[in-house]
Design a protein around this ligand. Structure first.
Ligand code: ZN
Length: 92
């Protein structure tokens, strides 16, 4: 048994999904920044449950909150894209 924040799992998955549509830096620093910004906007939902049950709950929660979660993630992507926490060292 472990304590898991279901919101974190869902947001991580949705962020990876939504980032495919964005032409922005997707390095680990930016990804973690986006994750943090998004998670700070969404109420965490901690559960103590077995793995099988967890998956069912994730499904239920992600359907309930999917619009709110997407809005928070898109906001986070745009915030980090506009001011990444690292120098722009990418040169092709
Ligand atoms: Zn980056």
């Amino acid at each position: 048994m472990a304590l898991v924040n279901m919101t974190e799992i869902i947001v991580k998955e949705r962020l990876e999904e939504l980032l495919k549509e964005y032409d922005c830096c997707k390095c680990e620093i930016c990804f973690m920044d986006m994750l943090a910004v998004a998670l700070n906007q969404i109420k965490p939902q901690y559960v103590n449950t077995k793995k099988g049950e967890l998956l069912k709950r994730i499904d239920a929660v992600s359907k309930q909150n999917s619009v709110d979660i997407d809005i928070a993630i898109i906001k986070a992507i745009e915030i980090v894209r506009n001011s990444p926490h690292h120098e722009n060292k990418e040169e092709g």
